[in-house]
Ligand binder design. Sequence first.
Ligand code: FMN
Length: 185
Amino acid sequence: MGQVLVLYHSASGNTAAMARLVADGAGVISDTEVRLREVGEATPDDIYWCDGLAVGSPTNMGILSWKMKRFWDEAMFNHWGKVDGKVACAFSSSGGWGGGAEIACQSLQMVLMNFGFLVFGVTDYSGKMTTCHYGAISAREPRDAEVMEACRLLGRRLAEWVAVVADGRQDQHPLAKPESRTLPG
Ligand SMILES: Cc1cc2nc3c(=O)[nH]c(=O)nc-3n(C[C@H](O)[C@H](O)[C@H](O)COP(=O)(O)O)c2cc1C
């Protein structure tokens, strides 16, 4: 059973909406247990529990929010070096396209890498013009079908990698099931 944690901070609900979609996507993969946690309620035990985690934050000045940073700085500080090897990815909601959501994803990925997690991007598309190479992004609330699907795609890919890496389920490797993939062209 793969265990996926979707950890998020959201001041006004937009990243929370993304988090629910990411969790929905992860739940599509069989034998996957998904836990959704707002960062204020999360504990280090949630991080120990999971095999894979998606971390979401609003874009704040182009980077992760201070509340999300505080979780890793303070709550997780004494656990550094003890949680390596989990599969991880990022998502972010910004005020508008071009407002730095992908940079915010990269800042989240930087924190995840610092903790020794195996950070990945996604090559698939969630529609004709949308992908999540560096994580799922949304301008404000995810409303467009392609943006909503990008969030689900990120969660599904996370659960697939967890199935492969943590549970040795090679049948869940994305390259082993081309029918489930959506590549451009
Ligand atoms: C302190 C602060 C800084 C922000 N910085 C940015 C920014 O750099 N770029 C941007 O596009 N939006 C920025 N925003 C807007 C939020 O990213 C945006 O409203 C987002 O959808 C909020 O997500 P949430 O509802 O999950 O809190 C900022 C908002 C706040 C409160």
